[in-house]
Design a protein around this ligand. Structure first.
Ligand code: PLP
Length: 358
């Protein structure tokens, strides 16, 4: 069976280094917010071309804390509206709600799966204060157009970069996740915020730690969302290979795009720039269950990202009557092929061959 994502194989090359890191953390006897965290914050900020990096407990917290930080700074208020793509992973929408803000869903483009900038303006009201851009499946959204709209309407831009570590041109405040399956993953939960906004960074460094800068003195109503030394240590070992891993993903994508030739399978759009890190390689097909079954019969594991759009989830019954035809079409037709950096050439050959025989 070609597994969709072989995490064990992804982390195998680091095994000895991980064990040494565990030993060194044990020897130091310091487990939360220490040297490993500081080192990683510096390295990841530099890697992203941002002034600041604040690590937190997971990607969801990263999003929530950005919103809470802007609320503390008076740039957002409870009840403000935030534009967000209708086909995003549910975490983006839940984070807006968690910060007492109001999500406003906008349709994506069928070709890129990213928010359609031409449909944003009509959703803007006097309460709209921010756009949460999601670089879904690893592809940079149309930032030039989105930046223009944000500037014209005086909106904040926040990026959900949980699937796009290493994509160039992510210039505004961004939330990252280091969930094990992401392009940069730790051995548990982890997340980070990158920003060039020094006032926001200052608030975030305290918000993640009970709103406290000086121990037992609290400036803000904060939360507990810290990254431990061990996870930061693992990330310090993996970060130097992120670009090479992303390049492997792009190499597989290039092969899929040029060699998969089947009328029944619609391939994703890519302009062949570094604006895509292929967290996922998502095709569309009319009879998805049939294709997934066929691939599984041929020992190729696939996953659906995602089967139910947010507005059709049981959790959002008040939205169930809404209609987002592009979003619904995407959720009915998408199927993610294996694209991890540990796939072998033989496996890629086989996947292409089986798809072309379908
Ligand atoms: C994974 C993910 C998140 C949440 O990250 P966690 O670390 O799982 O909390 C948020 N947004 C998107 C688009 C994601 O893919």
């Amino acid at each position: 069976m070609i597994s969709f994502l072989d995490l064990k194989k992804i982390n195998e090359p680091y095994e000895t280094a991980f064990q040494q890191k565990l030993k060194s953390v044990l020897e130091n006897g310091w487990y939360i917010l220490g040297k490993e965290v500081e080192t990683f914050e510096k390295a990841f900020a530099e890697y992203c071309g941002a002034k600041y990096c604040i690590v937190v407990g997971n990607g969801f917290d990263a999003l929530v804390l950005i919103f809470k930080g802007y609320i503390e700074l008076g740039k957002l208020q409870k009840g403000d509206e935030v534009i967000v793509p209708a086909n995003t992973y549910i975490a983006s929408i839940l984070a807006i709600l968690q910060a007492d803000l109001v999500p406003v869903l906008v349709e994506p483009k069928l070709e890129t799966y990213n928010i359609n900038p031409d449909l944003i303006q009509e959703k803007i009201t006097s309460k709209t204060k921010a756009i949460l851009v999601v670089h879904l499946y690893g592809q940079l959204a149309e930032m030039e157009k989105i930046n223009e709209i944000a500037e014209k309407n005086n909106l904040l831009i926040i990026q959900d970069s949980a699937q796009s570590h290493g994509v160039e041109n992510q210039k505004s405040t961004a939330a990252y996740s280091f969930y094990p399956g992401k392009n940069l993953g730790c051995l548990g939960d982890g997340g980070a915020i990158t920003t060039n906004d020094s006032a926001l960074a200052k608030v975030l460094f305290t918000l993640r730690n009970y709103g406290s800068e000086k121990k037992y003195y609290n400036e803000y109503i904060g939360v507990n969302s810290r990254l431990d030394e061990l996870q930061a240590g693992f990330l310090n070992l993996k970060l130097p290979n992120l670009d090479a891993d992303n390049e492997k993903r792009r190499a597989i994508a290039r092969r899929y795009l040029s060699e998969i030739k089947n009328e029944k399978i619609i391939l994703p759009f890519w302009n062949f720039s570094n604006n895509h890190v292929f967290h996922l390689f998502v095709v569309r097909t009319e009879n998805r269950e049939d294709l997934q079954h066929y691939l599984s019969e041929n020992n190729i594991q696939t996953v659906i990202h995602y089967p139910v759009p947010p507005h059709k989830q049981n959790a959002f019954q008040e939205w169930n009557h809404l209609s987002f035809p592009i979003t619904e079409k995407i959720h009915n037709e998408v199927l993610s092929l294996p694209i991890s950096p540990v796939l072998t050439e033989t496996e890629i050959d086989f996947i292409i061959e089986i798809l072309n025989q379908y």
